[in-house]
Design a protein around this ligand. Structure first.
Ligand code: 5AD
Ligand code: SF4
Length: 449
């Protein structure tokens, strides 16, 4: 690195972005950069998301805010990265000090590009096209929030669900080489990760890239999971997100045959009526989804399922909504993320007729969320008095009696607070506990002797 610099990364959106930002921070640090706050950093990166929100407004507001607060000492370089960069491209270069816009595919070259711009601040760089393959990135200092580390296994998505902008902002699915996935997994375990989460827009279509005519030389997703699960030192394996239509027999069986694969799965359902599922282009029916859940529960009876739901998709009736509610209930989701449908540029549904009013969407969202609260409450209550293992993440607040506690996750990915004397626990340690009581979104436990 030719000159020392400070940087600050602001991250919006999904776990992919969080993981990408951690990688960038690790590599910039390895090259002599130092993290600083947004008020003083030389380089400010905004890693952005446009899956739902009004992205241009949020990012532009944030840019204006930074420009305003840094009038007296402007940053050397502002970089807009990720989905909003892909969407708005070179237009963003008109903001003062925005010298770099880069789509997610170009993250691998940012450390070099940032160094070049710092040496020659008159440059403006836009890196917006999609790369042909998954491009490997240099190893920096692997940053993660111990004991859990994330590992990307693909870029992009081939599904073109009619509401979704992802295939346009992140491109077509390109799977990573299995060897590279495994070596990053080994590296992160070496740095203390006890739990790995394999990441992608459609993880269980790993290797089935449409742009390669479904002919990449990759193991199946289930086989990849087996290989990762067998790595010495790994305690827990998860992945997110799979697509219901791509869950194979092998993927389902892995929940009974791989002890490291946690009994928890985020399985995006989106809607419960066949008519809406078809209009969304999801590739499964209500019956298919129910059957899949049944088979998962046969393979792993205690599996904790979570989901994503969209309400107010164009043309959705009260009857359709009731089908969503009844399918959620039949599946017994332990938690869910739910969203009001919003038009996304380029996504096909934005041209569909019969848009639903904001007022109706909000009412339907409340119905979904109140059912979910009830389902979550039931599940959390059913956990009381059971025994489980917690992977400790860090100290948590003292409880009502002023006792000290630690927090961590159980195998079902539920947050658990456990009483432990301050020096009795360590981040990344697995502690056997008995669940004492349920909170609204978490559990409280005592250590087992
Ligand atoms: N409107 C509302 N929600 C959306 N999602 C994706 N696109 C839209 C949209 N246009 C939700 C889906 C997806 C999650 C990441 O975001 O539920 O699973
Ligand atoms: Fe979007 Fe559908 Fe791909 Fe998920 S599977 S990223 S919802 S297109």
């Amino acid at each position: 690195m030719s000159m020392p610099f400070t940087f600050h990364i602001l991250t919006f959106g999904c776990q992919m972005n969080v993981n990408d930002s951690l990688w960038l921070a690790g590599v910039l640090s390895a090259r002599g950069g130092k993290e600083a706050d947004v008020g003083t950093a030389d380089v400010i990166c905004l890693n952005t998301c446009s899956v739902r929100e009004k992205p241009e407004i949020r990012v532009k507001n944030m840019l204006s805010q930074i420009c305003g607060s840094r009038k007296a000492n402007p940053p050397l370089l502002i970089a807009v990265l990720g989905c909003v960069a892909k969407q708005h491209g070179e237009d963003l270069l008109s903001f003062p000090n925005v010298r770099l816009v880069a789509a997610a595919d170009h993250l691998f070259e940012l450390p070099d590009v940032i160094e070049k711009i710092l040496q020659n601040p008159d440059q403006r760089v836009a890196l917006l096209d999609f790369t042909e393959d998954f491009v490997e990135r240099e190893e920096g200092i692997p940053l993660f929030s111990a004991p859990t580390a994330y590992v990307n296994i693909m870029q992009g998505c081939d599904n073109f669900c009619t509401y979704c902008i992802v295939p346009y902002t992140r491109g077509r699915q390109r799977s990573r080489e299995a060897g590279a996935v495994l070596s990053e997994c080994r590296q992160k375990i070496g740095y203390g990760a006890k739990e790995l989460v394999l990441l992608g827009q459609n993880v269980n279509a790993f290797g089935l890239d449409a742009c390669r005519g479904h002919k990449t030389q990759r193991p199946s997703f289930a086989r990849l999971c087996q290989e990762v699960a067998a790595l010495p030192g790994l305690q827990r394996l998860r992945y997110t997100s799979p697509h219901p239509k791509d869950m194979t027999e092998e993927d389902i069986a892995a929940f009974s045959t791989l002890p490291a694969l946690c009994p928890s799965l985020h399985l995006p359902m989106q809607a419960g009526s066949d008519r809406i599922l078809r209009r969304m282009g999801r590739g499964y029916t209500r019956k298919d989804f129910l059957l899949l859940v049944e088979r998962l529960k046969n393979a792993r009876p205690d599996i904790a399922l979570s989901t994503d739901i969209i309400v107010g998709f164009p043309g959705e009736t009260e009857e359709d909504l009731n089908e969503t509610l009844s399918l959620m209930e039949a599946c017994g989701f332990v938690s869910s993320y739910s969203f009001c449908y919003s038009d996304r540029p380029e996504a096909r549904a934005s041209t569909f007729p019969d848009k639903i009013s904001q007022e109706t969407k909000v009412k339907r969202l409340e119905a979904v969320q109140s059912l979910q609260e009830e389902l979550s409450r039931k599940w959390l209550a059913s956990r009381c008095q059971t025994e489980t293992d917690i992977l400790l993440e860090g100290p948590s607040k003292r409880d009502a009696e002023g006792r000290k506690s630690w927090q961590g996750r159980d195998p079902y990915n539920c947050l658990v607070h456990v009483h432990l004397p301050e020096d009795a626990g360590k981040r990344g340690e697995s502690v056997p506990v008995r669940i004492r009581e349920a909170g609204k979104h978490c559990l409280f436990a005592d250590p087992l002797p």
